[in-house]
Design a protein. Structure first.
Lengths: 264, 54
């Protein structure tokens, strides 16, 4: 350290400035705060292009693209096309076209992927019943995905009470407890005792799953009868199992439900 | 104008039926009814609201 201090003290102002610039390039200033950065978090505060900023309250990271005095530009990482969840609103976890479905049947867990774009606590799940079946019910749940296989895994992170399939309309239900989700891939699931009730889905030749799981060319190609719309595995209505070791079938019909969630 | 319905189930299993667009009318089905009784009650409310709208 003494050597470094001596070295620096012998530098001219110009040389010192160049050393500082080089260090800034190698070690851009990093800040961890509880608010997002503003235009004023600029070069006067020691920030440079490539500085990082983590809002520990939300888990959102920003990178500085321009540190110009009074006009700093910070860009959210991984979420440049997403602008945040608003408490109290419902959201689909995918951008997809909804379409008519067909009945998922009884005692079959049907799952589709959803992507959480930023840390969010969810309080409800929902789906639309388009063909009613009086006296029948269903439940909704959300599962984590396995980091390696991307498939559903573990116990349900949250699930609803019985919901009526006996009328048409937008059906929502509270989770047993709110669920805090970090950004990432999750699976929304429906399980009922229905035999003819139909739910709105994302269609039979969806690219939903192939976009996240990949697959054979015939599975990924749109319109192919072997394309993947949902995952299914056997279940018993009223019980959400641990899916860690479950075997999944790839469904290529519209016999599932497009499930949405509510930001608490 | 066609009306739609929202059915919200709370954590205890009580169901509240609302009309969309909101006409101020709601109907609550308590938890504990059989699914058949539950759905007959819901659909009776739904038919009443459709009749009011027509």
């Amino acid at each position: 350290m003494t050597y470094i201090a001596t070295y620096l003290s012998n530098l001219s102002d110009q040389e010192l400035s160049e050393v500082k610039a080089a260090l800034a390039l190698m070690f851009p200033k990093v800040n961890i705060g509880t608010t997002p950065p503003t235009h004023s978090d600029d070069s006067s505060q020691g920030y440079t292009v490539n500085s990082k900023w983590l809002n520990s309250a939300t888990g959102i990271e920003y990178i500085c693209r321009d540190a110009t005095l009074g006009a700093a530009s910070w860009v959210r990482q991984d979420n440049a096309d997403f602008f945040g969840y608003v408490s109290g609103r419902y959201y689909h976890g995918m951008i997809a076209v909804v379409s008519a479905g067909s009945t998922p049947g009884a005692n079959s867990i049907r799952l589709h992927p959803i992507v959480v774009k930023e840390r969010v606590t969810i309080s409800e799940l929902g789906a639309r019943v388009t063909t009613a079946e009086v006296g029948k019910s269903f439940q909704l749940a959300i599962y984590a995905s396995d980091p390696a296989t991307k498939l559903p895994t573990g116990n349900a992170l949250g699930s609803t009470a019985n919901m009526s399939a006996g009328a048409t309309g937008a059906m929502t239900a509270a989770l047993g407890a709110n669920v805090a989700l970090e950004p990432g891939l999750y699976w929304a699931a429906i399980l009922g005792d229905v035999t003819s009730a139909v739910f709105q889905s994302f269609g039979s030749n969806s690219t939903n799953i192939s976009a996240f799981l990949g697959g054979a060319a015939s599975q990924v190609a749109s319109g192919a009868t072997s394309s993947i719309a949902y995952l299914s595995t056997a279940g018993t209505f009223g019980t959400w199992p641990d899916l860690t070791s479950a075997t999944f079938s790839y469904g290529n019909s519209n016999a599932y439900a497009s499930i949405f969630f509510k930001a608490a | 104008m066609d009306i739609d319905f929202e059915l919200h189930t709370d954590a205890e299993g009580n169901i509240t039926v609302s009309v969309v667009p909101d006409n101020g009318n709601t109907f609550t089905v308590p938890a504990g009814m059989t699914p058949q009784e539950r759905d007959l009650a819901i659909n009776a409310f739904v038919e009443t609201q459709r009749a009011l709208d027509s």
